[in-house]
Ligand binder design. Sequence first.
Ligand SMILES: C[S@@+](CC[C@H](N)C(=O)[O-])C[C@H]1O[C@@H](n2cnc3c(N)ncnc32)[C@H](O)[C@@H]1O
Length: 365
Amino acid sequence: MGDHRAPVDDYITFERVSEAAHRLPAPYLLAKDLPHTLQDQMNRLPAMYRKTQEAVSIFEASIREISAIDDPGAPPISIINPIEDDDEATPPWEFSYTNSIWHGEDVPAPDLKSLKGCNCHGVCNPKSKSCACVKKQSEWYEDENRQPGFAYHTSKSMQGRLQQPGRQYPIFECNDFCGCDDACGNRVVQHGRKCEVNIVKTKQKGWGVFAGPKRIPAGSFIGKYTGELLGDPVSEERGRKYNVFGRTYLFDVDGYQIGKTLGMAEGEYDAAYTIDAYHAGNAIPQNHSCEPNCMILCCYINEGDIERPLLTIFSMVDIEPNEELSFSYSGAPDDTEVEAAVRITSAVYAKCCCGAPSCKGIMFK
Ligand SMILES: C[S@@+](CC[C@H](N)C(=O)[O-])C[C@H]1O[C@@H](n2cnc3c(N)ncnc32)[C@H](O)[C@@H]1O
């Protein structure tokens, strides 16, 4: 009698799931549990203390301590204020440093039911015709030669870098249900930040993120846009509050793959979720530039809900040592919008000080 079972590569057998069970997804975090003890203690001290070198050391140590848990192996971050006559020693002690996403109360748990993994052994072959993750990624991305594959280079010299930096496409990494191991070339964001960055005060844009002493090659993973993941009504309410004091750290979770998957026409999808990096975040919320060197890509790992990708930042071009990292806050406003903005001086816009030759002089806040 012939064997009528599907080829083993096409599905995950129970045995494969239990083999991978040592990497079941970590429990997700709730925004209401965000730690704030250190921030409260620092804010209780006389203001003078927060301007000292000790405060800088505590800030840097807290980043190291948290990263040891949620981004192990990431190079340490220094806090530097090179501006003369500016005595702000650290970013405000208002937010908890985190490389994780914290779910607001209105956000459901990650959807693991519709999450699928590949059934590969060892490392996935980007040329495989049967790897479920190659198939998934190839629905959204093909390389320059229109060949299916992963979003990342898997060759040794380029490993982990985007194949086409600057191109907008969603990334589907191998996940905790996959049979491949941790060395698989389709696991990049989940292995954390590898490049060196520092938090540096700028003259006109507040604190920014700058490359360390090494060049960051194009297509490198810089970090995740982390913070609280909020549903639409809560983020709308926060947006209104932030507009009053002229600052916002809200970033809509949007991407063309979401509307398309939900059967909508282009531009029709209204983000259901937003990341708020005001109360919690990492070094990665960078400043805006009209000629950015980084971009945000949606990345799916242990989340089956198409509406809830991670927002991840990658370099689009080679970034020189000590150069500022920047991205465009939801694209540059076009000329008509700029004119309208100047007329109504809306709270949504601010004067742009990016200094790029093609600076439009105005940016979304
Ligand atoms: C997400 S925060 C970035 C971190 C911020 N620089 C800080 O010190 O907290 C966004 C705010 O940074 C400032 N900013 C970012 N890019 C800027 C730019 N190109 N020109 C002027 N201000 C900028 C604006 O105040 C903006 O509302």
